[in-house]
Design a protein around this ligand. Sequence first.
Ligand SMILES: *[C@@H]1O[C@H](CO)[C@@H](O)[C@H](O)[C@H]1NC(C)=O
Ligand SMILES: *[C@@H]1O[C@H](CO)[C@@H](O)[C@H](O)[C@H]1NC(C)=O
Length: 209
Amino acid sequence: MHLAALNIPDLLLALWRGTIACDHHLGDDKSNWDWAVLRNDTVWKRHGEQVAAATPYLLGSFDRPPRNPAEKLTSGYKAMEFLNYIYGLGPGLLYGVLPMPYWKSFCKLVRGIRIVHQKSIRAEELTEADRLLLEFCVEFELLYYQRNPARIHFVRQSIHALAHLGSETTRIGPYAGVTQWTMENTIGNLSREIRQPSNPLSRSKTVEH
Ligand SMILES: *[C@@H]1O[C@H](CO)[C@@H](O)[C@H](O)[C@H]1NC(C)=O
Ligand SMILES: *[C@@H]1O[C@H](CO)[C@@H](O)[C@H](O)[C@H]1NC(C)=O
């Protein structure tokens, strides 16, 4: 949950918005960051509006629709919003916005993450997810980091962790079932069951992800 829904979106958005630290001492310069397409305020605001405008088209089964990230990213943006934003709407809304090599690589990440989130996963799908996530890791090195010492801080552990999702699925089960979602759901269930004795008829509060 934290890997796919928080750590990876945090890194990708910092890169695309050009907000990640730029090591000028080692010669890096943001003008060389051709992936930082959301650095432009007009483009970022338009992108944010498109995310919010997609809400009426998301079924209730998608849980929480993502709010406008250009306005709400720092207002308690939920893990579920990040999932729906990055892995749901991302490929469509970033098509023609991210340069094609970055977009293609991003789509591999999306496909891989979508597969490992399934409740049941066929063996051939898992093989595909494993391959796509590994390709994304290598392409991340080639496209963003470019094996440049000034950009070592781009390669967070979250990138490496993606390389384990496929193989760990055969060992411990589908990703969505072994991450924090199930625990948080149980905590929500227990707090609904317990209720405050001083107010036994109060409406139960749904725990938010
Ligand atoms: C930002 O993007 C808009 C819309 O594409 C464009 O008109 C404008 O020139 C860009 N601004 C900069 C500083 O690149
Ligand atoms: C909690 O989970 C149990 C087992 O799934 C279910 O029977 C029960 O209705 C749930 N309680 C609440 C308040 O959600």
